[in-house]
Design a protein around this ligand. Sequence first.
Ligand code: M6R
Length: 614
Amino acid sequence: MCGIVAYIGKKEAYPILIKGLQRLEYRGYDSAGVALLSNGELNLYKKQGKVANLVDFASDKNTTGQIGIAHTRWATHGEPNDKNAHPHSSSNGNLAIIHNGIIENYDVLKEELISRGYVFKSDTDTEVLVHLIDDIQKKEGVWFGEALRIALLSVTGAYAIVVISKDKPDTIVAARKSSPLVIGIGKENDFYLASDATPIVEYTDQVVYMNDEEIAVIDLKDGMKLWNIQDEEKTPYVQHLELQLEALEKGGYEHFMLKEIHEQPRSINDCFRGRLNATEGWVELGGIKDYEQQLINANRVVMVACGTSWHACLVGEYLFEDLARINVEVEYASEFRYRNPIINEGDIVIAVSQSGETADTMAALELAKSKGAIILGICNVVGSSISRITHAGSYTHAGPEIGVASTKAFTAQVTVLTLMALSIAHKKGTMNETKFRTMLAELELIPDKVKKVLENNAHIERIAAEYKDATNALYLGRGSSFPVALEGALKLKEISYIHAEGYPAAEMKHGPIALIDEAMPVFVVATKGTSYEKVVSNIQEVKARKGKIIAIVTEGDEQVKLMADHIIEIPDTDEHLVPLLATVPFQLLSYHMAVMRGCNVDQPRNLAKSVTVE
Ligand code: M6R
């Protein structure tokens, strides 16, 4: 949610900043802007819309300079237009600032600044920061880095900030609290700052992930120094970046989303690596080993997440309850944090998040931690905030997910939850050895079975063509295929803007059935298993009302074939593992329908990849 990038060194900053913004555009694309220091001048350009608009706008401007900051915005305060785009500058034009996050007490600060004569040019919360720094500089006679530190003492909210000033053209100052900020240490006494490591990876593999309430002062002469806002010096912890540049490119696919859907056989395999050995009959999640006994003894596990990750938790609930006999509650993080949730001794809270930065999920975790819970994380982004505040956790190892609609991250989350459930069930004795070994062998086959599902792409594309003009759609499933239905519906609405709802198949008759007519496509998971016959009855109910059935069935199914308008076959597998296969056709259907409708599948309107505001 908003992407920030900055550079200081001996190279020309502008091309580095623009490339960085393009990498971060998935975080927001309402507007983009850049500020460069060059020969005592501060040149600032910003434009509504995508980074490409900014590039056009700046094409005939002076974009020289070896120090610069840039921003791509997902609007919170103030509509997406030129004036609200970042960077924001001080009234005297000396300072420029970029910010990701929200200044919660901006209205109080703004009123005070206005009363002292400051004129605001935008409707953003961010602009108060730049005037506040300016004001403190004037009042206290301090340099802008110290003024920023003092300013932050009176700020409530979340921020990743970078500031430059004409007064100190060899220095860049950054600060972070609850919004991510990474500093790349270049090879030529240069530094790269960004919301995540994607703009940095091609220049260096040495990075420092800033901690909350830290301030970085980077100077061309003295290099980087870290302080906290209480003015105590901190030692930077330099880490090696594992990211590969190719992972950030489309690799011949038309969209990142399509590439990421096709990466799933690989990403699920990567998730198994070192954790699953069906031949030897073991499964082990090293990251949570220290808390394994607590998991085995847990009376209750609470899973908190948002969006697609919340759907993964719902699949996890079925797995934990059925296989490991642990009582699980799945909570929307945004709801959990504003209740007074009951956390008992021995409860474990697991947060699931692709980005590891989702503000609501972070806040829910912090609340649970403050109430004494053991908090575990399942994240995709290495070094992300959630992975750093949890007691322990497991990475999903899906690799960077750039498409705003989550695909491979979902199946990787479900894979980790499956491994966890199996490991606990085996150790707890709720699953016998034979069943355990059979499940491990089945699980190991999943990547190849996903490959087989992907081979149906052309067939799925033809089905998409028939329903691309639908205005509504229903998704149905039972058991652990109910969250698959929810996920299918979310995928469709977020990238194609078709209204879609997911329901447990049996719930249809309690209301949604009223919507069914010949124009309503109903996407159903009707694979072999406990509820198969029940789902078949639900399909008949839809057909009796002339609805169109698109059913995901187990290979070789004959019964549903006779009733459905279209079937999509998936390979047979253990019932518990069906979500890992049945999700994939829904991803492809949504993708093709959105492309046929001319939608921007990688950057759907109004959305951002990482939601760092509540
Ligand atoms: O990074 P997280 O997994 O915490 O993100 C949670 C949701 O914002 C995310 O899953 C969102 O719903 C996606 N757009 C779904 O495709």
